[in-house]
Design a protein. Structure first.
Length: 256
């Protein structure tokens, strides 16, 4: 089994990643991007890695800056940091393989997958969003900021499906940096490959309406949206993970 590696960048930053080569002769590989406050060892990431092994597909996973073993402190990160982190892995690890990419992302990682799928559209085989949090910081977080907190450096404390304050604080600079990556206010998103979107009806962090809106504006006509009645935002229950695997199986069978 492959071990975690470190990608050292010229600016002194570094990215913890894992590249599992399953002796695959397929023309594509998977890049999995985790969500905010997660890492590449979480349940969904492990499920996708297990799926890749069983289906003889190479896979790359990474820790976003400020998460896991990668550079930086989460509270200091901006959307630019996370975008550049993923872009570095694509350009320095994946593109040299000459394989196309199935971008798979959860929550924030879903949004990043859509951004990268559009930027690297000629190299994108498919995109899978798991509770994709498109425009998360302006659409969802910014309206929740209290008036007395608006001028502070840290403006909001995250609350997840449990309803309990998390200790994860969102900064004003993160919100401002995210605005240029927003998609839902656009007429279209230029991704034309197969897209599969999975969202839970009981997701209290990111509404499934976010995935519906994204499906409506993306240019691809090959878009399927899967709504799971018992799925929350974390997607850690075994039946939810099994539903994810089923969607992946259907996609791979379709692509081949």
């Amino acid at each position: 089994m492959a071990q975690n590696s470190i990608l050292n960048l010229e600016d002194g930053k570094y990215i913890s990643y894992k590249y599992v080569q399953n002796n695959s002769k397929k023309e594509y590989l998977i890049l999995y991007i985790h969500g905010y406050s997660d890492n590449m060892k979480e349940a969904k990431a492990n499920k996708i890695e297990e799926f890749a092994y069983k289906n003889n597909i190479d896979i790359v996973k990474l820790d976003l800056y400020g998460h896991g073993g990668s550079w930086g402190k989460k509270v200091e990160m901006t959307m630019d940091d996370w975008y550049n982190c993923c872009k570095s892995v694509v350009e320095k690890i994946i593109l040299p393989t000459n394989k196309k990419i199935i971008f798979i992302g959860s929550s924030l990682g879903g949004w990043l997958s859509y951004i990268l799928g559009e930027e690297f559209k000629d190299k994108t085989k498919a995109v899978v969003g798991i509770a994709g949090a498109v425009d998360f910081f302006t659409e969802i977080i910014e309206p929740l900021i209290k008036e007395e907190d608006k001028d502070k450096e840290l403006v909001y404390e995250m609350v997840y499906d449990s309803g309990v304050p998390s200790g994860d604080f969102i900064s004003r600079k993160l919100i401002e940096s995210s605005k240029k990556y927003n998609m839902l206010n656009r007429k279209n998103v230029n991704i034309k490959c197969p897209i599969r979107l999975i969202h839970g009806l009981i997701d209290t962090v990111v509404s499934y309406n976010c995935s519906i809106k994204f499906a409506q504006i993306v240019e691809s006509e090959d878009v399927k949206l899967y709504l799971e009645k018992t799925m929350n935002h974390d997607l850690t229950r075994q039946n939810n993970l099994n539903a994810l695997e089923k969607v992946m199986n259907e996609l791979i069978n379709y692509l081949e």
